[in-house]
Design a binder for this molecule. Structure first.
Ligand SMILES: Nc1ncnc2c1ncn2[C@@H]1O[C@H](COP(=O)(O)OP(=O)(O)OP(=O)(O)O)[C@@H](O)[C@H]1O
Length: 349
């Protein structure tokens, strides 16, 4: 079985693509774990979340497999600034950042107070519905506690990398970038705010987005430091807050809303998800998770309820598998269409 020594030996010739210096010399290797042929590494590099990282990922997987690893798990973090300065990072090229392209793109952050309320489901369906309305739409899956967007949309490819540029994966007319494309395995990752911020900045700067009308950001749930960092990073972002109708959920979501207000983000509205269950036979509505949470939250935030989305599963199309996308003619798909139209109205008037 491959040993730690062999791993480090194999990495001797691998360089940080930005600094053109060996990872070993840079002190990039922060952690090596070997278990049953699986080699897990934590590496600090100059430019995480970029095309350079994607190429490096492939190179490392290849050299470690040649050295005898059965599988490879990689996590990346930011190399400290002093190390980058010492080994001389190149000057930044002229910015083509989405953040600097004027007012053409409306950024919409989708947040929630807690996990599991359907934030990612709302994000992907809003994105697809905006695209169905003829808008150019991108989505960034930045929910570090679970990168669910690719699975939800039925994406099994990774972005194309050409030189320094990353081309998002396109699905249902939406350009998609997920943090999940930048980790080699599915293990949960402990991200710190600055690292996440850096990754996001790189997504704006290095991803070859079309001229987007809307960029949807599926942010991590919660009201902690990480969330605050990201909110502060995106001064121009507007927000949609997702809650369930349950009073407690709405109460927690209110804290997420309070943060939006603190960071001076305009709140576009509240989405009450899993609002009710509608009987197919009688049409009667059952308020399974309580009632009124969305309205109460909206009042508290001096905003409005954008939509109430009932419980219900998409119809699965085996030929075009996307487990969480509601078709345009699905009852819930129609609610998302109305939501998208309302968002367009609120962002263009
Ligand atoms: N309206 C709905 N009806 C039925 N199931 C739903 C609905 N909305 C979401 N779900 C399901 O609930 C689960 C949680 O949804 P989702 O992953 O979107 O939540 P989340 O808030 O993004 O969670 P996390 O932050 O933990 O990733 C998923 O299995 C999703 O398919």
């Amino acid at each position: 079985m491959i040993t730690e020594e062999q791993v480090l030996k194999a990495l001797e010739d691998v360089q940080d693509p930005h600094l053109h210096t060996s990872l070993i010399e840079l002190g990039s290797v922060k952690e090596v774990k070997i278990k049953n042929g699986l080699v897990s590494l934590k590496l600090a590099i100059a430019q995480p979340g970029t095309a350079e990282q994607m190429q490096l990922q492939q190179e490392i997987v290849s050299v470690l497999k040649t050295a005898g690893a059965d599988s490879v798990g990689l996590r990346f973090e930011q190399l400290p600034d002093d190390v980058v300065a010492k080994f001389g990072g190149e000057e930044e090229e002229e910015s083509r950042s989405l953040l600097d392209r004027g007012d053409k793109t409306t950024f919409i952050s989708v947040t929630s107070g807690k996990g599991g309320v359907g934030k990612s489901t709302v994000s992907v369906n809003l994105a697809v519905s905006l695209a169905r309305q003829g808008k150019k739409v991108g989505i960034i899956d930045a929910d570090i506690y679970g990168f669910s967007v690719p699975d939800m949309m039925g994406i099994d490819t990774r972005p194309r990398v050409e030189g320094e540029r990353i081309f998002p994966v396109e699905r249902f007319g939406v350009q998609v970038i997920s943090m999940g494309f930048f980790v080699e395995d599915n293990s949960p990752i402990i991200w710190r705010g600055p690292m996440l911020g850096k990754m996001l900045t790189n997504f704006f700067n290095e991803v070859e987005w079309d001229d987007l009308d809307y960029l949807i950001l599926d942010l991590p749930p919660g009201t902690g430091d990480v969330a605050l960092d990201i909110h502060s990073m995106l001064p121009q972002s507007k927000e949609i807050i997702v809650t369930t109708p349950h009073a407690t959920a709405a109460f927690v979501a209110a804290r997420a809303g309070a943060m939006a207000i603190k960071t001076q983000h305009e709140i576009l509205g509240v989405v009450e998800n899993m609002a009710y269950f509608e009987s197919k036979t009688t049409g009667e509505k059952e308020y399974v998770f309580g009632k009124g949470g969305g309205q109460k939250l909206a009042e508290e935030l001096k905003s409005e309820v954008l939509a109430q989305v009932p419980l219900g599963q998409p119809v699965i199309d085996e030929d075009d598998f996307a487990p969480s996308i509601y078709a345009e003619d699905h009852q819930i798909g129609k609610i998302y269409t109305e939501m998208a139209q309302e968002v367009i109205k609120r962002t263009t008037e």
